[in-house]
Write a protein that binds this ligand. Sequence first.
Ligand code: NAD
Length: 255
Amino acid sequence: MPLTAYDLTGRSAFITGAAGGIGRACAVLLAAAGATAHCADLDEKGLLETRDLITEAGGAAHIHVIDVTDRSRVGAAVAAAGDLDILAAAAAGIMHTSSVLETSDEDLDRVLAVNFKGVLYACQEVARSMIARGGPGSLITMASGAVDSAGPGLLCYSAAKAAVVQLTKTLATELGPHAIRVNAVAPGWIRTPMTARHEADRQHRVEATMARLSPLGRVGEPEDVAHTVLHLASDASAFMTGQILRPNGGVAMPW
Ligand code: NAD
């Protein structure tokens, strides 16, 4: 029996990036807490796996195969989902691109499109639907520890994430009067397909370094982030808006 404040029974959540990694963990946990999970992603196979995980555990899930950079597809999926109480915007693109001096328009546009505009479109569409229904609601964006520090090759990623933080804070001021809360999660190093790709692209073991830097001696798992998202989605965080929560094992991202 869940604690009342964390019980999402009767609520509906739209989760982008739900085919894998952090987005999947969020969809599974929000559904376990009682929400109907509307799982959105480019990757249909991954979405079907997420749906199976949820339904096999007794939860309710629907899938929406969309590219979050396509505003009209995001709008259509949100409309198809019906009344929504929660957004968790976790779809991600590429972390590492190139040095600042070598950054091309293509690099910048590609990363901003998924990691910033994709979050913006989802927030806009879900917020409009929440306002039309008279609220309340909770929007959760996915920033990163990269907003707290800098590192070679991460300009596009960290700039997009910094923009997500400002989007979150600005939206919190605009949507508060509609009883819609807006918060960001800024995870540290979490073991997902995205970090596995990053690790494979580099010459050294970033994961081992991150684990050593944490007072807890480990990197994160997607479920560590999902529990932070559950907190922000639920009434347990009813007086929190415009905040950035950092599930990062105590590591201030050093790169
Ligand atoms: P991931 O690559 O493992 O999963 C991302 C999901 O997004 C995938 O299922 C992918 O298919 C989907 N996706 C990518 N582009 C899309 C698009 N255009 N439209 C729809 N879906 C799309 O990534 P992850 O590590 O789970 O990251 C999730 C979020 O958390 C991202 O915003 C990422 O920046 C953030 N984050 C991750 C870490 C980490 O260490 N893993 C740390 C900080 C922040």
